[in-house]
Design a protein around this ligand. Structure first.
Ligand SMILES: [Zn+2]
Length: 196
């Protein structure tokens, strides 16, 4: 009987989760975007302040345009920003996080100890922060993901540093697909407890 009840409750739970996902996907249009940074410094005319000369650099190649997309999502955050980032010292991205905090968004930050000094600005204004204090930089907290309002995740290879944005070949993936966002929410919660 116990086995039957257990199986029954599992089936209901699975169906319930699948149904919830179906409902969510029905009412929320999926938005997914992939950005590649090219390891060079291409800038579009707008970001080079050129209005008369046509260059071959299009908006979809310009690193500043792509950075603006990420900052745009941070600026749209309304309730929460959960950030798990190995290196975070890019001024514009840091400022977007600070601005979110100042307008009442609940910001939580998970960092690795060796990069703690680079986020000093965020340490002084009351942003909640937890740190992996692995000995001698073993077991790095090497993640690079940000969850916005529990609905959207931005992830990829890119640390949020000037070098990563301007000079590296990097990928950034942005999605509001709840089947992809939810595992990151769970992992953030797990790490938030672990680094307490
Ligand atoms: Zn541009």
């Amino acid at each position: 009987m116990t086995t039957i009840r257990l199986l029954g409750s599992c089936t209901i739970a699975c169906c319930s989760a699948a149904f919830t996902t179906l409902l969510y996907n029905y009412f929320h249009q999926e938005e997914t975007e992939v950005l590649f940074f090219y390891g060079t410094l291409p800038l579009c005319n707008l970001h080079r302040n050129i209005t008369t000369i046509t260059t071959t650099i299009q908006n979809n190649e310009c690193f500043q345009c792509k950075l603006s997309i990420i900052i745009g999502w941070l600026n749209k955050s309304k309730k929460t920003l959960d950030i798990c980032m190995y290196m975070l010292n890019h001024e514009l991205l840091s400022n977007a996080i600070i601005d979110a905090h100042k307008r009442g968004v609940s910001v939580r930050l998970i960092l690795n100890e060796d990069n703690l000094q680079t986020t000093w600005k965020m340490g002084n204004i009351g942003i909640l922060k937890r740190v992996n204090k692995g000995k001698h930089n073993e077991n790095l907290m090497h993640h690079k993901f940000i969850i916005i309002d529990n609905k959207k995740v931005i992830l990829g290879s890119m640390n949020w540093t000037k070098v990563s944005v301007r000079a590296n070949w990097e990928n950034v993936f942005i999605t509001n697909n709840c089947e992809l966002v939810n595992p990151f929410r769970q992992e953030f919660q797990r790490l938030w407890k672990q680094f307490n």
